[in-house]
Write a protein that binds this ligand. Structure first.
Ligand SMILES: [Cu+2]
Length: 464
């Protein structure tokens, strides 16, 4: 996993290597050069500045020592075969049990907390830190158009595996998990988060997202395979499923971190807009956590050799490429990250219809956040290969939630295009698929079950 790191050190100490070994070392370094330097920036389609087809076609630029799957083969893949949703009423595909369980649970109507001191043997806690108004349903939150939460001194999100619980009475889940902003966490919590992601990288692939080589790559492969269905082709050919699909996707990532890697803290989100124009100075891109954010050198992205993911090698991407080894790499452009600030935020929040809001987000701070980090992140298709993808999309989901809180009707109504080709109407019955990446917790679901983070399949909110 740390091959490039080790070689990097070797290169630095090459002067100490005996002459007779220096040629060998030089050859070895030549062999892995691209893993050290990263790929030319042109190998990564700039997110949404080109059409999705162009992004897919970028694989032709790379060479021949990889295999690339044509888009048509993916559409026919059983994994992504469209299954029709069986009725909007009645059972919510796997959630009914959860709802019943939650109702029966002694914690069912209790408030959750993040105070580690009161954690009991089952991992459940009783609320001791949140004030009553923080625990109100989204009705009051919607009225105030903001969410707030106590700032706990420690975080222990114990509700994780019960994130789907629903209140049978109010229709709104009684104790939403609170996602806290990155800077609200203690260092140990941040470390636990990146450690859990590293755990996924070190865990075996499920085998259902071939040819992913580890559990983390299952997520990369899912996103890659499904890319054409969940991103707009262009600003004129859009699918408005993008923001909903990614909401479900980062939620699934949370479930897997909790269930398979024991992550037991509150889930973080990243207030990206406060770092506009200075992503490289942000508190996620550090040698302790997600690694540094270097600028390109000679038009190449830079392999990341510090942080928790130092030396990470990827085998999914760029574009539709698979089985092609390349390093986690970045190439920051702060001119681009500067466009992720309050101007675009305010512009999007002012949009009054779902499709208008959606387009604004997808093509402004969403796209610029990706392109500004550069390298893997600038690839519209395989960008989840950079773990910072999830922080970026947590911000996008935060933006969506904030916009919904401005008008309660946005929690229950939808419009726009389901697909970018023919613009079939997107409705509450349109189905969103995740390939069951988190098992029974990730069934194919209608939009009505994922449009509201506190009523339906989810039970979470943000701390502000
Ligand atoms: Cu995406």
């Amino acid at each position: 996993m740390k091959v490039s790191n080790a070689l990097f050190i070797s290169a630095a100490s090459a002067a100490a290597v005996p002459n007779y070994l220096q040629d060998t070392l030089k050859e070895t370094l030549e062999d892995v050069k691209e893993f050290l330097e990263g790929l030319p920036l042109g190998h990564f389609g700039q997110v949404h500045s080109i059409s999705i087809e162009d992004a897919i076609n970028r694989v032709d630029l790379i060479g021949t020592n990889f295999s690339s799957l044509p888009i048509s083969s993916l559409a026919d893949s059983p994994l992504f075969k469209i299954t029709s949703f069986k009725g909007a009423g009645g059972s919510k595909g796997g959630n009914k049990d959860d709802a019943e369980k939650a109702t029966a649970s002694e914690d069912g109507e209790e408030d959750q907390t993040f105070d580690t001191a009161s954690t009991d043997s089952t991992g459940s806690t009783q609320d001791t830190t949140q004030s009553p108004e923080n625990l109100e349903s989204n009705q009051s939150a919607a009225n105030s158009s903001s969410e707030s939460a106590a700032s706990p001194s420690s975080f222990s999100d114990t509700e994780g595996t019960e994130g789907t619980q629903q209140s049978a009475v109010a229709g709104t889940c009684s104790s939403p998990n609170v996602r806290f902003e990155w800077d609200d966490f203690a260092a140990s919590d941040k470390k636990a988060f990146v450690d859990a992601i590293q755990c996924l990288i070190e865990s075996p692939a499920s085998g259902r997202f071939s040819p992913a080589r580890n559990r983390f790559e299952d997520f990369v492969r899912l996103h890659q395979s499904y890319s054409p269905k969940i991103h707009s082709k262009s600003t004129t050919q859009q699918t408005h499923k993008f923001i909903l699909w990614h909401r479900y996707y980062v939620w699934a990532f949370e479930q897997v971190l909790r269930d398979e890697c024991g992550f037991d803290r509150a889930f973080p989100w990243w207030d990206e807009k406060k770092w506009a124009g200075k992503f490289a100075q942000s508190t996620i891109f550090t040698p302790e956590y997600f690694g540094s954010l270097p600028t390109a050198v000679n038009g190449n992205a830079i392999c990341i050799n510090d942080g928790r993911f130092a030396g990470l090698q990827l085998f999914i991407g760029p574009g539709m490429t698979v089985d092609y080894q390349h390093c986690l790499q970045r190439a920051v452009d702060e001119q681009v990250t500067s466009q992720t600030g309050m101007d675009s935020w305010n512009a999007c929040m002012a949009r009054t219809t779902y499709p208008d809001f959606h387009s604004c987000v997808e093509f402004t701070f969403h796209g610029q956040g990706h392109n500004g980090v550069g390298g893997i992140m600038a690839d519209a298709i395989a960008s989840p290969g950079d773990p910072s993808f999830f922080m970026h999309h947590l911000f996008v989901d935060y933006a969506f939630r904030k916009w919904q809180l401005d008008d309660a009707s946005r929690m229950t109504t939808i419009s726009g295009c389901e697909d970018a080709d023919t613009c079939q109407p997107l409705t509450l019955d349109s189905v969103v698929y995740l390939g069951n990446i988190c098992g029974d917790k990730c069934p194919d679901l209608p939009v009505r079950d994922i449009i509201d983070t506190t009523n339906g399949h989810f039970c979470y909110r943000y701390n502000y």
